[in-house]
Write a protein that binds this ligand. Structure first.
Ligand code: ATP
Ligand code: ATP
Ligand code: MG
Ligand code: MG
Ligand code: MG
Ligand code: MG
Ligand code: MG
Length: 269
């Protein structure tokens, strides 16, 4: 610390490399659960989508957004979450390792901390881990393509997993037979199998599963009931409406224009 005299060992600090992120770029930190295929099996995640696990991921991401300033949007699906820092952020002097490790550790500790809220008495069997990476995007166009890429990935995987597990769970196929049945099929084929063989319209499946989760800061009016004492001592209840800035979750398309037109403040010029 600063009040300590400099020792002859001090020079080793100069071995640290400068990993500050290029200015003006959006800084994206993406986390992904380590070996979650196995983690999901061991913790009895429902197939193809376990809502407890998705809820816990989103709760942990919310904690990251609330604890680290400058995150303007986060997008998550499966065992991954991406966090976007505003392009003008100077948090931790834009040092990539600091940003990435703070996001990853806050997320991981929150995942353990909030486990019970989602899984109740089902025990967490071992401490889960998440890897992190930092990617810089210099333009709004690139950043939107990044988020579109993750949502397209969500769509492709979820469509596959939905058909696959319905073939197994309702269609009486073994996992090997389901895999064989889906080999070489295109999105349209999968939609058709779902619709005509399994009686499922993919478009009416849950939006959380089809679109993933987008977290943004929004100002909304919130009304609370306040108890107040009147001058004569008797109590009264009053409705108080205040505008509060909070993290809100959306399960909508982020590839098209609509979301960005409805939330013009997320991206900077
Ligand atoms: P930063 O977020 O920048 O790291 P910090 O408050 O964590 O800020 P550090 O320089 O890392 O600052 O110092 C850690 C501080 O935590 C110590 O100065 C001390 O006050 C406290 N601390 C850590 N471990 C112990 C411990 N075992 N017993 C008592 N205090 C501790
Ligand atoms: P790696 O360590 O390389 O990331 P991984 O096993 O985590 O390996 P991923 O490609 O990240 O592989 O895939 C995550 C896996 O976790 C999914 O394929 C799925 O089996 C499981 N999984 C994650 N979230 C859920 C969920 N909400 N419901 C059901 N299964 C899930
Ligand atoms: Mg410290
Ligand atoms: Mg320290
Ligand atoms: Mg992976
Ligand atoms: Mg993973
Ligand atoms: Mg993954």
């Amino acid at each position: 610390s600063s009040n300590m005299a400099k020792s002859k060992f001090e020079y080793v600090r100069n071995f640290e490399t400068d990993d500050s992120c290029l200015r003006n770029c959006y800084i994206v930190v993406r986390l992904d659960g380590r070996n979650f295929h196995k983690f999901a099996e061991q913790h009895k995640f429902l197939k193809p989508n376990d809502n407890r696990a998705l809820g816990l991921m989103t709760r942990s991401a919310r904690s990251v957004m609330e604890d680290l300033e400058d995150i303007i949007i986060a997008y998550g699906q499966s065992d991954e979450f991406s966090f976007v820092f505003k392009r003008t952020s100077t948090l931790f002097k834009r040092r990539a390792s600091k940003l990435m490790t703070h996001v990853a550790s806050q997320f991981s500790s929150s995942y353990v901390f909030y486990w019970k809220e989602f899984f109740g008495e089902q025990p967490l069997l071992y401490p889960p881990g998440f890897d992190g990476r930092v990617v810089l995007y210099p333009s709004n166009h690139n950043l939107r393509d990044y988020l579109s890429w993750r949502q397209a990935d969500c769509h492709i995987n979820n469509l596959y997993n939905t058909v696959f597990w319905t073939l197994v769970q309702n269609g009486g196929l073994t996992t090997a037979q389901a895999e064989e049945r889906l080999k070489g099929t295109l999105a349209a084929d999968k939609n058709e199998i779902l619709f005509s063989e399994l009686d499922i319209n993919y478009n009416t499946e849950s939006a959380v599963h089809r679109k993933g989760t987008t977290l943004i800061w929004e100002k909304r009016d919130e009304t609370t009931i306040k108890r107040t004492k009147l001058p004569k001592g008797e109590e009264t209840e009053m409705a108080v409406t205040r505008s509060r800035r909070r993290v809100h979750a959306h399960h909508c398309d982020v590839i098209g224009e609509q979301f960005w037109t409805e939330h013009p403040d997320i991206l900077e010029d």
